[in-house]
Design a protein around this ligand. Structure first.
Ligand code: HEM
Ligand SMILES: [Ca+2]
Ligand SMILES: [Ca+2]
Length: 296
């Protein structure tokens, strides 16, 4: 029921409004493209792509921003607000925050050098959110391969989709706390990478927890297939990253993507469209929020 031309009559300037705002945010800080892409993932995995992630806590409501995978980690909500105001200026009350996340994710990938795709639209915004579902649905970086496969399968995404979508870690940053155990305890990683990462991520929990490292050390702001080249060289930063190339069933997919940018790109875009299809609210369900941080 979603379709790329959902707003073609009601908001013909939607794409321009989103893209120009995303563009200036990424121009200010290249990492923001990664942060916006991740917001879409963390929204879609929790009760579908319904903007639930964007709701702020209130005295009577606990949203998803405080869930373990999101707390002190997801970012870019101020940019989402700017995009929403730019869109409201050209077509007030028409475009959902859930759809804004979908378009902003696509534009971020394109601006950082990836390939474009047609984003399906017509999602509506949830009036609720679920911190519990955020904790149980978004996979942690400690996941092993079977856990990653089953979290994605549970949402109708294949193992190949999971490997292709993980290629998002070709951009962006992770906190020390997300990879400390790996760089100090694991042996399936390149020794020089471990050494480099240790210099900015102290062994003791509680010190330097929020220090950042690029997920892809070579090209952290370019949306390329270098993530898979890293995995083949045992240079995955997260435990969950290296699980995709560790002697298991997904090794062959990783190898294919590491050798072929075009294979990666076509599977990535198909998987992004499938992820965007998870559990949308349509018709008269939900609402079109005026402010992405609160229900109307
Ligand atoms: C396969 C399971 C996945 C796991 C276990 C995982 C885990 C993580 C973790 C732990 C971080 C660093 C967070 C921090 O330290 O604050 C991260 C960052 C990131 N993730 Fe994932 N992720 C997964 C899949 C995905 C998917 C499917 C996407 C997008 C489609 C994605 C996009 C990103 C991006 C772009 C960043 C960098 C964000 C930034 O710099 O602000 N990840 N991920
Ligand atoms: Ca959601
Ligand atoms: Ca890269």
């Amino acid at each position: 029921q979603l379709s790329p031309d959902f707003y073609s009559k009601s908001c013909p300037n939607l794409f321009y409004a989103v893209k120009s705002t995303v563009h200036s945010a990424i121009y200010k800080e290249a990492r923001m493209g990664a942060s916006l892409l991740r917001l879409f993932f963390h929204d879609c995995f929790v009760n579908g792509c319904d903007g639930s992630l964007l709701l702020d806590d209130t005295s009577s409501f606990t949203g998803e921003k405080g869930a373990a995978p999101n707390l002190n980690s997801v970012r870019g909500f101020d940019v989402v607000d700017s995009i929403k105001s730019a869109v409201e200026k050209v077509c007030p009350g028409v475009v959902s925050c859930a759809d804004i996340l979908a378009v902003a994710a696509r534009d971020s990938v394109v601006i950082l050098g990836g390939t474009s795709w047609n984003v399906k639209l017509g999602r509506r915004d949830a009036r609720t959110a679920s911190q519990g579902a955020a904790n149980s649905s978004i996979p942690p970086p400690t996941s092993n391969l079977n856990a990653l496969i089953s979290r994605f399968n549970a949402l109708g995404l294949s193992t190949k989709d999971m490997v292709a979508l993980s290629g998002s870690h070709t951009i962006g940053q992770a906190r020390c706390t997300s990879f400390r155990a790996r760089i100090y305890n694991e042996t399936n990683l390149d020794a020089s990478l471990a050494q480099t990462r240790r210099s900015n991520c102290p062994r003791t929990a509680g010190s330097g927890d929020n220090n950042l490292s690029p997920l892809d050390l070579q090209t952290p702001t370019a949306f390329d297939n270098n993530y898979y080249k890293n995995l083949v060289n045992r240079r995955g930063l997260l435990h969950s990253d290296q699980q995709l190339f560790n002697g298991g069933s997904t090794d062959s997919i990783v190898r294919t993507y590491s050798n072929s940018q075009s294979n990666f790109v076509s599977d990535f875009t198909a998987a992004m469209i499938r992820m965007g299809d998870i559990g949308p609210l349509t018709g008269s369900s939900g609402e079109i929020r005026k402010n992405c941080r609160m229900t109307n």
